[in-house]
Design a protein around this ligand. Structure first.
Ligand SMILES: [Zn+2]
Length: 502
């Protein structure tokens, strides 16, 4: 066994420091997994320090993906013209019959793609049927550990199906489909958290690398009693909560129908909101919702690629920032994104703010977009003050970008160029906690050729075993689409004062 040196000195790089628009020629002294000192080029370092020569490279803080789904990687590119509700109706087909090995494999694929594209930490809302298990959660945790990245992992839980969640949908289904979806009914919620609580109490984890959270997946898919149980569980163990809130117009309309108030106001009434709460998407938040979230110190994980791909709409990040909400950026799962490229997500976050209207004062700036993709994400994941900045005392989660790559010819303004030009193809090396996970464009932690064989074998097996579910899903999608297209014609209240753009 070789022991890694205590100190590492990164020399000759251009480094993007917090709050700066332009990278600077400085050296970084790392002690173990932490940035210890930032000094002028040629600064002194302990004699036994390992030397990383980063000449010709830009170093920026690792990107943080605030919303992804580990199970999505095996289902990438399986759909095209799907709204969120059609994606959910396809769930038993595209994510069904997963073995323990499939769960590990899918999260590994997810993590491998992220680190190869410059992401060093993620918030993964993974899914297990019928409920999170100790083995399943251990497999997801192991996958991210094996890839070598930080993660906050949160099992998605629910006690209602899509067909019970949207008022009127079940009754609108043809008789044959109603009995088919009856088979999807969830178990009583009291059972659902047992495996989760067992994992939390039994498993020793390195909290510097891995955090546990809980994801009541969509408020409408959870009874109020279950949401209360999730709140109590999270408070008891000091864990984060993450939920898809006001992602689609259908959800926003259904929330008002079911609760007589917005989804955010309902979660507030039930006591779920707090600084550890992350809203995924928030496309249909109204100004009061944003004030409520800001008042609790909550975060929003913005997923522009998914929001466009599923036709959910365009979230209003400027209004969220003005209200004081912590804003982070995510890719969403590869079953709705369809990739794990945080450069692309950050670029789209900037662009989405710009297509909302011609008043450029309302647009996101590139420093705001990059802040959301780093420090905003760190806070949502529960790693604030540890990652997301290149600063003494922060973890050495660093991305080394090749300044000789076409993306950087010429290198004008660093932050503009990271947000608007870089697409991940110039990433050469990725270091997480002072250890290289990617070097010279090659993943060091996972055998990609073996992963490719496993992914193809799993795809083939799942395609065969889920074939009957595909037939059912296609019938369901037709029925769900016709119901939801009708429902979505109703105006939602924020449309009256024009908050989100459609
Ligand atoms: Zn999601």
């Amino acid at each position: 066994m070789t022991t890694s040196p205590l100190y590492t000195i990164v020399r000759n790089a251009l480094v993007l420091l917090p709050g700066k628009a332009q990278a600077e020629p400085v050296d970084l002294l790392l002690e173990g997994d932490t940035i210890r000192e930032i000094g002028p080029r040629g600064m002194s370092a302990p004699a036994d320090a390992a030397i990383v020569d980063a000449a010709g490279k830009l170093v920026h803080a690792g990107l943080i993906n605030a919303h992804t789904h580990g199970h999505g990687a095996l289902a990438k590119a399986m759909g095209d013209r799907w709204t969120l509700e059609l994606l959910l109706a396809a769930g038993p087909w595209i994510s069904g019959n997963r073995s323990l090995e499939d769960k590990y494999l899918s999260a590994t694929l997810n993590g491998a793609e992220m680190v190869l594209k410059g992401t060093t930490a993620c918030y993964d809302l993974f899914f297990e049927v019928p409920a999170p298990s100790v083995e399943g959660m251990s497999a997801i945790a192991q996958a991210y550990q094996d890839v070598g990245m930080r993660a906050t992992i949160a099992p998605m839980v629910a006690d209602k199906t899509l067909y019970e969640a949207i008022p009127g949908l079940y009754d609108a289904l043809p008789e044959a489909l109603r009995s088919a979806v009856d088979r999807f009914r969830m178990q009583p919620y009291a059972e659902t958290l047992k495996g989760f609580e067992a994992f939390v109490t039994q498993t020793r984890i390195d909290s510097e690398r891995l955090k546990i959270a809980l994801a009541p997946t969509i408020p409408l898919h959870c009874s109020d009693e279950f949401l209360g149980a999730c709140r109590d569980c999270a408070r008891r163990f000091g864990l984060g909560l993450h939920s898809h809130v006001s992602e689609s117009k259908i959800q926003a309309l259904s929330g008002v129908k079911r609760y007589g108030r917005t989804l955010t106001a309902h979660l507030d009434k039930l006591g779920l909101l707090g600084p550890d709460f992350t809203v995924a998407h928030g496309v249909w938040l109204d100004p009061d919702d944003m004030r409520i979230l800001a008042g609790h110190g909550a975060s929003v994980a913005h997923n522009p690629a998914s929001n466009m791909r599923l036709g959910s709409g365009l979230a209003d990040l400027r209004a969220m920032l003005d209200a004081g909400v912590n804003v982070a950026i995510g890719t969403d799962g590869s079953n709705s994104g369809d990739n794990q490229n945080m450069y692309e997500a950050t670029r789209l976050a900037s662009f989405v703010s710009k297509v909302r209207g011609p008043d450029m004062h309302q647009w996101l700036t590139t420093p705001e977009a990059l802040h959301a993709a780093t420090e905003g994400g760190a806070r949502a994941l529960g790693f604030q003050g540890k990652i997301g900045r290149i600063e003494a005392g922060y973890k050495a989660d660093l991305v080394f970008v090749d300044l000789g790559h076409i993306n950087w010819l010429p290198h004008n303004r660093t932050v503009n160029q990271i947000v608007h030009v870089e697409d991940g193809t110039a990433v050469r090396d990725v270091m997480i906690g002072g250890r290289f996970v990617v070097k010279d464009g090659r993943l060091l932690t996972i055998d990609l050729a073996k992963l490719a064989r496993q992914a193809e074998a799993a795809r083939e097996r799942l395609e065969a075993v889920n074939a009957p579910m595909k037939i059912l899903a296609e019938k369901l999608q037709e029925a769900v689409a016709s119901f939801c297209i009708g429902l979505a014609r109703e105006p939602y209240q924020v449309e009256r004062y024009g908050a989100p753009l459609r």
